[in-house]
Design a protein around this ligand. Structure first.
Ligand code: FES
Length: 134
């Protein structure tokens, strides 16, 4: 079973990155598999970026951003939500399980929500990596 997972996590500057920062300040524990990439808005994350991360060896990709209706650029997270529907189909075409991608919406004041989502993703990926024959 693979133990050294890599989960690329795109965090929007205004909510989810601030939540990640608060998680650190609050000393909340989460798996070290997370690699945070700070972007100004989840709407900046193109499906090609998700595919590129997986093609380069990431085990999973999370896109995190402001709650719907609270994007600092108005419609950025709605754009990402629309892209995610297409992305799920593209991932299947490339042979990736849909569990390898996750969207998470949260506010800057919800570090626990972010940590919970990280654990869920981590556990889901560990389950995927487990070979039933082992
Ligand atoms: S600014 Fe956070 S999702 Fe757009």
């Amino acid at each position: 079973m693979k133990q050294d997972l890599k989960i690329i996590t795109f965090c929007c500057n205004w909510c989810s990155y601030a939540a990640a920062d608060l998680a650190g300040i609050s000393r909340l524990q989460y798996p070290c598999a997370i690699r945070i990439i700070r972007v100004m808005c989840s709407g900046m994350v193109h499906p090609e970026m998700v595919l590129h991360a997986l093609n380069q060896g990431a085990d999973g990709v999370m896109v995190t951003g402001c709650k719907l209706g609270e994007c600092h650029y108005q419609e950025g997270n709605h754009a990402m939500l629309s892209r995610s529907e297409v992305l799920e189909e593209i991932l299947a075409d490339f042979g990736y399980e849909k569990e390898r991608f996750q969207l998470v919406w949260l506010s800057a004041a919800e570090p626990e929500r972010l940590v919970e989502a990280i654990y869920e993703m981590h556990n889901r990926l560990l389950a995927l990596e487990t070979d039933p024959g082992d």
